[in-house]
Design a protein around this ligand. Structure first.
Ligand code: CP
Ligand code: NVA
Length: 308
């Protein structure tokens, strides 16, 4: 598996990875989950977050500790970032102290600017455009369930947001069919869809539709996310009636493959994008999915730091 190529690399988008690198990372993550790999990184990871986080912050921190490294929490409100110090200055300074940085911010452009000015590897820990680390854990969870990835169908229902974008790219990279069902005004970014179609080529299908029932038919994975992402909270109430037909409930799940699993990146809003019965039901794999954030990011860090 080709993972040596990841050393010193940025991960700004799911599309920064090749198919071989995704499969290599998933293999290493499985080995790490089974405790078959011992590593000592002895490096420092900075977490520069401008939005709230439970899973990403904690799983990155624990992953780094388990690799023998250290973590610095650089919450925007405790640094000069929160007082408006320019990204280009912060990037060049943190570059002198840290070995790797994971950034959670709003604009993808800000992440890219940081990566341009910092020589250390920069990892996208969520932007408004993408959430690639979540998708590594999602693919790992699907692989654990079905044994392989190519040829399976993942259906995402809801907002055409950062999760939809990284799932489009990630599924295309591993040869999975991906269907996004979103209301007409909330469909995913056209450039990301085109990129996913290029990656999928003739190996798998990329379908964008406003019809959740058609998209869910025979799917192996049903996936959803909140209807209003971080930074859009004031739009939440007005979106509820628009997104109601896109809820993952038992009726929608009955249209999917009989062995289908349900994933959600979390945090979940029970009764909105997913019902309590489905989230807590026998087909839900959301807790394994959340656990896999740790294993997938540990594999990613080990590769980027050259410790794998
Ligand atoms: N799924 C996810 O990224 O969760 P957090 O926002 O808690 O990090
Ligand atoms: N789309 C959500 C994902 C949270 C993990 C958000 O950006 O808030």
């Amino acid at each position: 598996m080709d993972i040596a190529s990841l050393k010193d690399r940025d991960l700004l988008s799911m599309a920064d990875l090749s198919s071989e690198e995704v499969l290599g990372l998933l293999h290493l993550a499985r080995e790490m989950k089974a405790d078959r790999v011992q590593l000592r990184a002895s490096k420092v990871l900075g977490l520069l977050f401008q939005k709230a986080s439970t899973r990403t912050r904690v799983s990155f921190s624990v992953a780094m500790y388990q690799l023998g490294g250290q973590v610095l929490d650089l919450n925007a409100s405790m640094t000069q970032v929160g007082r408006g110090e320019p990204t280009i200055d912060t990037a060049r300074v943190l570059d002198r102290y840290l070995d790797v940085v994971a950034i959670r911010t709003f604009e993808q452009q800000e992440l890219e600017t940081f990566a341009h000015y910092a020589k250390i590897p920069v990892i996208n820990a969520l932007t408004d455009l993408e959430h690639p680390c979540q998708v590594l854990a999602d693919l790992m969870t699907v692989q654990e369930q079905f044994g392989s990835l190519a040829g399976l169908t993942l259906t995402y229902v809801g907002d055409g947001n950062n999760m939809a974008h990284s799932l489009l790219l990630g599924c295309a990279l591993v040869g999975m069919n991906v269907r996004i069902a979103a209301p007409a005004a909330y469909q995913p970014n056209a450039e990301v869809v085109d990129r996913a179609r290029q990656i999928a080529a003739d190996r798998s299908e990329v379908v964008i539709t406003p019809d959740p029932q058609a998209a869910a038919k025979n799917a192996h994975v049903l996936y959803t996310d909140v209807w209003a992402s971080m930074g859009q909270e004031d739009l939440a109430a007005t979106r509820i009636p628009i997104f109601q037909p896109y809820q993952i409930n038992e009726e929608l799940l009955s249209i999917a493959d009989a062995d289908a699993i349900v994933l959600h990146c979390l945090p979940a809003h029970r009764g909105e994008e997913i019902t309590e019965a489905v989230l807590e039901g026998s087909q839900s794999r959301v807790w394994d999915e959340a656990e896999n954030r740790l294993h997938a990011q540990k594999a990613l860090l080990a590769c980027i730091l050259g410790a794998a």
